[in-house]
Design a protein around this ligand. Structure first.
Ligand SMILES: *[C@@H]1O[C@H](CO)[C@@H](O)[C@H](O)[C@H]1NC(C)=O
Ligand SMILES: *[C@@H]1O[C@H](CO)[C@@H](O)[C@H](O)[C@H]1NC(C)=O
Length: 376
């Protein structure tokens, strides 16, 4: 028998959008991780050598949208993959909440493994937000999983137990183990962003740098919002002894900060030419370091005003806008100056509540008119 090798056809990248191996682990946030099928009954006489490995194979093998490096992490920690899906889900939800009043409203496509489609490839501020918020989501979900005792790999952080805080209080209780959450997220979320040593493509390098920077920014923002809680002990609240522990913040606080960082995102250009130009123009000015918790992007945002099915951009037609607002949800900004339609909506609500002797309030419903504005 002879073996015939067939070489793959080399297809050069034509697109001007350069992004590393599609990072669509975020798809787990839309579809979740299917529960492992009932342990398959081994045929009589055949023993499964390593049931844990067989189980990991079933769970991780079903996740076809992960990169090979991520599958490796999954095989080592098949249980944590549920927390990863949960984290991606938190990130997507928070993105849609933060952008509910913006021209781009963080649309996802349930049928699309790319989740955010074209936007994930652009390398714009929006891409930066998505990477940071989903990376933060994984830290949050894994850390909470540790505290809830759901994961075999980690538990509460007891490293400080018995020690004193600078104020002389005692550490105790269950501190959220953010260190484990950070470490796991670094391993899993950053895994697809690998630069092959032979890679010379400057654009791709910049894009990988951007992704890694924003993943880390998301993680650092979670860490920076950790807070201390304390409880008093002692006779009638005398607080002779105070024990303290650290908790992770609610996810919406993290989302608020990442949104602020999105507004101030820095355009990152590090191609050789740009560096040369800059040093020519101003020799004295050294390259300024971008703080680790800032977001960076490599491209300008696309135009979100117009419907563009090729790029999966919905445009803002029919979006509801606010006539009174002066912010990004105002009709002039959201509708991109195209104008808007006004509709009168009738809403039914309880009105004229009447107190009836002796003990209850009697209400009747009535209709009220309200104006709503929609982009043209
Ligand atoms: C509106 O959007 C712009 C551009 O993204 C941003 O710079 C600005 O801060 C936003 N305004 C508010 C109030 O969020
Ligand atoms: C975003 O806006 C579109 C209309 O342009 C709407 O159909 C969609 O439901 C919105 N998505 C979210 C997540 O709010």
């Amino acid at each position: 028998m002879s073996i015939i090798c067939v070489c793959y056809l080399y297809v050069p990248l034509v697109s001007s959008l350069i992004s590393p191996a599609v990072s669509n682990w975020m798809y787990l946030g839309l579809i979740g991780v299917p529960p492992p099928l009932q342990q398959q009954q081994a045929e009589p006489g055949i023993e499964i050598e390593d049931p844990a490995l067989a189980q990991a194979n079933i769970v991780c093998g079903a996740l076809t949208t992960l990169s090979s490096e991520q599958i490796e992490v999954c095989m080592k920690h098949p249980n944590i993959i549920y927390a990863v899906a949960n984290g991606a889900h938190k990130g997507i939800q928070e993105c849609q909440y933060q952008f509910r009043n913006e021209r781009w409203n963080c649309t996802t496509n349930d049928d699309d493994e790319d989740v955010f489609g074209y936007i994930l490839k652009t390398g714009s501020k929006e891409t930066a937000f998505i990477y940071a918020v989903t990376s933060a989501g994984v830290v949050h979900a894994v850390t909470q999983g540790c505290s809830a005792g759901e994961l075999a790999e980690c538990s509460c952080d007891g490293t400080n137990h018995g020690r004193s805080t600078p104020e002389g209080w005692k550490w105790g209780g269950c501190s959220d183990n953010i260190e484990y959450g950070l470490e796991f997220a670094r391993k899993f979320v950053d895994a697809p962003e690998q630069l092959k040593s032979f890679e010379k493509n400057e654009k791709l390098k910049n894009r990988i740098h951007m992704n890694l920077h924003n993943n880390e920014a998301g993680r650092q923002i979670v860490q920076s919002l950790m807070r201390m809680h304390c409880r008093c002990h002692g006779v009638s609240g005398s607080c002779e002894l105070k024990t303290c522990w650290k908790t992770i913040p609610p996810f919406n606080e993290i989302g608020d900060i990442i949104k602020k960082k999105y507004n101030d995102a820095v355009l990152f250009r590090n191609t050789r030419n740009a560096v040369k130009l800059r040093s020519k123009r101003n020799k004295a000015r050294t390259k300024k370091e971008i703080p680790k918790d800032n977001l960076i992007h490599v491209s300008k945002s696309p135009n979100f005003c117009r419907y563009n099915p090729k790029k999966g951009i919905l445009g803002t037609k029919d979006r509801e806008c606010s006539k009174l607002s002066k912010g990004n949800d105002s009709c002039s900004i959201l509708c991109c100056g195209r104008g808007y339609d006004t509709q009168v909506v009738k809403i039914r609500e309880k009105c004229r509540c009447k107190f009836v002797w002796c003990c209850y309030v009697k209400c009747r419903t009535c209709e009220k008119e309200q104006y709503k504005y929609y982009c043209k």
